[in-house]
Design a protein around this ligand. Structure first.
Ligand SMILES: [Zn+2]
Length: 248
């Protein structure tokens, strides 16, 4: 059975908590609610953690958030030994916002890297303090210093970041929007979410379902920690927070 959950982070990635009603508990103890601000693991971005607050003030720790049979089905996975809520119970869903905000900054940094290095992407993984993007790129031909400098120019320009929805047909007419070599955006639902950077998307636009900050300036200081060779045709770029360490 499919559950209809309103997915609020798609339109507002800054919502930190929301009241919701429990729709179901699945066979593994995962909690489904009528609406959520918890992002579910997808597209290289890990799912959210946090707590569900019950009416008596007690909390249920949420250790992970994953998708179910479709990306519309969001399952909140409690930490071990948590008391499960009742179906129909009203809860306040509260994110671990410090962690999520770092993930939003890191995820956005991955978009900036893909602007600076416009090569086909073969993989990506976002984490709180280190992210990686793999490119189909036989010879990097760039240094971590030069890539860091170009990414920081985009950060310092403080470009706006916004989303807009396009149809499957619009995407088919603009195949250049897709930067990932292996992962195709889900089509068939009739609409695709584009993440745009810059006035009128002048810097970049690409299909993405993740959470991002509202301006490139919010990414803050970042640098390329390493460019690694991964096989003959792949280069792995690692993004870290903070300025590029000097003399390394
Ligand atoms: Zn994204």
């Amino acid at each position: 059975m499919a559950y209809d959950t309103a997915i609020l982070f798609r339109d507002d990635s800054y919502l930190k908590e929301i009241d919701a009603t429990v729709l179901a508990i699945n066979e593994r103890g995962g909690i489904l609610t009528d609406q959520t601000v918890f992002y579910a693991t997808s597209g290289g971005q890990p799912g959210d953690t946090g707590v569900f607050v019950r009416s008596d003030g007690s909390t249920i720790g949420i250790a992970a958030t994953v998708t179910g049979e479709s990306k519309e089905e969001i399952i909140h996975v409690p930490a071990s030994d948590q008391t499960l809520p009742a179906i129909g119970e009203k809860l306040t869903l509260r994110l671990d916002w410090d962690r999520r905000y770092k993930l939003m900054r890191m995820h956005t940094a991955c978009h900036l890297l893909s602007v600076v290095c416009p090569f086909p992407i073969t993989g990506a993984a976002v984490s709180e303090d280190d992210s990686r993007v793999d490119f189909d790129l036989p010879d990097a031909g760039v240094t971590k210093e030069s890539v860091t400098q170009k990414m920081m120019e985009l950060v310092n320009a403080n470009h706006p970041i916004f989303t807009r929805w396009i149809t499957d047909d619009e995407l088919a007419a603009n195949p250049g929007l897709i930067k990932s070599k292996n992962v195709r955006p889900p089509t068939g639902t009739g609409r695709i979410r584009l993440v745009c950077i810059g006035e009128n998307a002048s810097v970049d636009s690409q299909p993405c379902g993740g959470t991002h900050v509202a301006t490139t300036g919010e990414v803050g200081a970042i640098h390329i920690g390493k460019i690694e060779k991964k096989g003959k045709e792949n280069r792995r770029f690692r993004i870290r927070f903070g300025p590029l360490p000097e003399g390394v």
